[in-house]
Design a protein around this ligand. Structure first.
Ligand SMILES: [Zn+2]
Length: 394
C-alpha cells in the first residue's frame, strides 16, 4: 500500500460531513452531538460502510439517528442530501467549502490500521523497526505525566528509548522550562538512565519555538546542552503569506536536529504555514535535519502526501507522537502509517536507529566533533542519505 496521491478514506469523509453539520448547528448542544459522532467514526477500526452493510452503525457509541442518517446517505451515494440541504439553507456554503482544505491528507483510524497491516516494499518502515519516540512532553512543561511514567508507557509499547522534549522558555503558554529547570530535569534523566541502563535510554531534548524570523527562542549556546533540539512553529499558523524564509532559517539554525510539526496545521480549524516545502526539505536534507511526521491525530503534520516530497529531497525523518499523556504515545502509530504510505525506508527514520547511531547524529547536529575513541574505531555504516560534510558550526 503506497500512495503518492490522496487515498480514499470513507470514514474520514463520513466524519467530515458530520463536522460540516456540526458547524451549521444553532446550539452548542447539537454541535457537540455531531462532533462526538464524527470523532467516533474517525476512531473506528473498520470501514463505516461495513457497519452500514451489517446494520450495526447505531451500535457505535455516540452515533444517534441524525448522524446515522447522514452516514448511511454517504455510504449509499458518496454524499449526503441532508447535509447538502442544510448547507444550502444556511447560506454558509463558503465556510463549509473552505474547511474541506483543512482535512487534506488526514487519516482515520481504519486507514491507519490498514496502512500498518498491509505489506509494504522491502525496507519500508514498520512498527517492528521503531525503537523510540522523539517528541513528547512531561510535567516539566505542559504534559500530564512524569518522565518516569512516560518511560513506563514507552516500555509498555515495546520501545527501547525516547526523547523528552518539553517546551522551551519562550513559550510560557505551554509552561516552557527555564534553563534552570532544564538543568534539574537533566539530573532527573541522569538518575533514570542509571536505573534503566541498558534496557532503556532517555535522551534529553527540548522543543524550541521558531520565532517570526526563523530564529529559535533557545540560544545557540543553550541548544548544545541538550542531546537534541526539535524546532517547531507555534505562531503565524493562520497566515496565507509565504513563510519559506522563516522555515529555511529554522532548519539552518545551529544545533537543530528535528523540524517539529512543520506546518503547524490543525484538523478542520487551522491551515498552518504556507511555504515552498521543497526548498525547506532540500535545506533539511543538506544539513541532516530530520523532518517530523507528528502523529498527534489533530496534527498529522507532515502527512504522507508532503512526506513523499521530503523523501524525494533526501530527508531524514522523525516519526513522533507529540504525546502530552501516556495514552497519546500511541499517536506514533499515525506517524508510522503516514511514513509507510509515503514509502519511507526505515534507514531514513531516526526512530529506528541504534542508541549509538542516534548519539552520533545528535552530536553532529550540535556541531560537535565525534569523540577520539569513535574516530579511532570503526566508522558507522551510513549508506543514505547524503550527510552534510561540514562539522564545525555554531
Ligand atoms: Zn509543538
Amino acid at each position: 500500500m503506497k500512495a503518492a496521491v490522496e487515498i480514499a478514506d470513507g470514514n474520514l469523509e463520513a466524519a467530515a460531513l458530520l463536522y460540516d453539520m456540526a458547524a451549521l448547528q444553532p446550539t452548542e448542544r447539537s454541535r457537540f452531538g455531531y462532533k462526538r459522532a464524527a470523532k467516533a467514526i474517525v476512531g473506528l477500526a473498520v470501514p463505516v460502510a461495513d457497519l452500514v452493510a451489517a446494520g450495526s452503525l447505531r451500535d457505535v457509541p455516540y452515533v444517534g439517528p441524525s448522524s446515522a442518517k447522514i452516514i448511511t446517505e454517504f455510504v449509499a451515494t458518496g454524499a449526503s442530501a441532508t447535509v447538502e440541504a442544510a448547507v444550502a439553507k444556511s447560506g454558509k456554503r463558503g465556510d463549509v467549502d473552505s474547511r474541506q482544505g483543512l482535512r487534506d491528507g488526514y487519516l482515520s483510524h481504519a486507514i491507519l490500521a490498514q496502512a500498518l497491516a498491509t505489506p509494504a516494499e522491502p525496507g519500508v518502515v514498520s512498527k517492528a523497526d521503531y525503537r523510540g519516540d522523539f517528541q513528547m512532553h512531561s510535567t516539566w512543561s505542559d504534559g500530564t505525566e512524569t518522565i518516569a511514567r512516560m518511560v513506563d508507557g514507552a516500555i509498555g509499547l515495546g520501545h527501547a528509548c525516547l526523547g523528552i522534549t518539553d517546551h522551551s522558555y519562550g513559550l510560557p503558554i505551554a509552561r516552557g522550562m527555564s534553563m534552570e529547570q532544564a538543568a534539574r530535569q537533566w539530573a532527573e534523566i541522569d538518575r533514570l538512565n542509571t536505573q534503566l541502563h541498558p534496557r532503556f535510554r532517555v535522551f534529553k531534548g527540548i522543543e524550541a519555538n521558531i520565532l517570526v524570523d526563523g530564529d529559535l527562542d533557545v540560544r545557540p549556546e543553550e541548544r548544545v546542552l541538550f542531546d537534541f533540539v526539535v524546532a517547531s512553529p507555534h505562531s503565524l499558523l493562520r497566515r496565507s503569506e509565504d513563510q519559506t524564509r522563516r522555515m529555511i532559517n529554522a532548519v539552518a539554525g545551529p544545533g537543530v536536529a528535528i523540524l517539529g510539526h512543520p506546518r503547524g496545521r490543525m484538523f478542520n480549524t487551522r491551515p498552518g504555514i504556507s511555504a515552498d516545502w521543497d526548498s525547506v526539505f532540500a535545506e533539511a536534507a543538506r544539513r541532516g535535519v530530520a523532518i517530523e511526521l507528528d502523529g498527534n491525530w489533530h496534527r498529522q503534520d507532515i502527512d504522507y502526501l508532503l512526506a513523499t516530497r521530503a523523501l524525494a529531497a533526501g530527508c531524514l525523518f522523525a516519526l513522533d507522537s507529540d504525546a502530552h499523556a501516556i495514552e497519546e504515545l500511541r499517536f506514533s502509530d499515525y506517524a508510522i502509517a503516514h511514513a509507510r504510505l509515503a514509502g519511507i525506508p526505515a534507514e531514513r527514520v531516526v526512530n529506528c536507529w541504534s542508541d549509538d547511531r542516534l548519539q552520533d547524529w545528535m552530536r553532529e547536529r550540535r556541531g560537535q566533533p565525534e569523540s577520539s575513541a569513535k574516530r579511532a574505531g570503526a566508522r558507522r555504516v551510513s549508506p543514505s542519505p547524503p550527510k552534510p560534510r561540514r562539522r564545525a558550526r555554531a
